[in-house]
Design a protein around this ligand. Structure first.
Ligand SMILES: [Fe+2]
Length: 213
């Protein structure tokens, strides 16, 4: 190969690499996309009527979920930072004892009859969403796979790559020991971790989706 051709092909090669890293890597349009995570075994399979944004109360029941009540809000954006409305946000989590309302969760942690455990929300104006829940418990110590507190989320809207992820919380001592969390890069961990606001028990969590076409 002549020197000039070699330089040209090397330049094209590195450009190709750049394009690939923009498409499949973390960086797109200046914003990092929310990283993906596995679904886990406990996506709800028992039908339930109440899937609203307050997971601390079940419609028609008197009483409130046990644990620390927390508020989470945020916005959904595309990779260019445009807010996306009408995005479906389907989320589920363990109760404050670390137990899922799922027939396959056979840990000895108690069920909380007042905890809703599952919500399906839509992002509204400017892609905003919010929900009230309890701080999920770590899976019990006797569970074979101990997990740090997390919330599972499935996000979908026509025209965007659907996203399956998990939300984490800052300053959780188990984060460093969590098998799934540890596998992520520092930057990915940052994207997946809600940020504490100045209000007590309130967190901000923004979601970045990839346009499908
Ligand atoms: Fe989980």
């Amino acid at each position: 190969m002549k020197r000039r051709e070699f330089i040209k092909s090397a330049a094209l090669g590195s450009m190709g690499g750049l394009l690939i890293s923009q498409t499949f890597g973390a960086q797109a349009g200046g914003n990092m996309l929310t990283p993906r995570e596995v679904e886990g075994p406990f996506y709800p399979i028992t039908p339930q009527k109440d899937k609203d944004a307050d997971l601390t109360q079940i419609e028609g029941k008197v009483g409130r979920a046990k644990g620390t009540i927390i508020d989470i809000f945020g916005q959904v954006f595309d990779q260019d930072g445009n807010a996306i409305e009408d995005v479906t946000i389907d989320l589920w989590q363990a109760n404050s004892y670390g137990k899922y309302h799922h027939p396959h969760d056979n840990s000895e942690a108690p069920i909380d009859p007042h905890f809703q455990g599952w919500a399906i929300l839509q992002s509204g104006k400017q892609g905003r969403f919010k929900f009230k829940t309890v701080m999920p418990g770590a899976y019990p110590l006797n569970s074979p796979q101990q997990r740090t507190p997390h919330i599972h989320i499935k996000i979908s809207k026509y025209g965007y790559e659907s996203l399956l992820t998990q939300l984490y919380f800052p300053d959780q001592p188990l984060n460093d020991k969590d098998g799934l969390f540890k596998r992520k890069s520092v930057q990915e961990q940052k994207m997946m971790t809600a940020k504490k606001t100045s209000k007590s028990n309130e967190y901000r969590y923004d979601i970045f989706l990839q346009k499908a076409f």
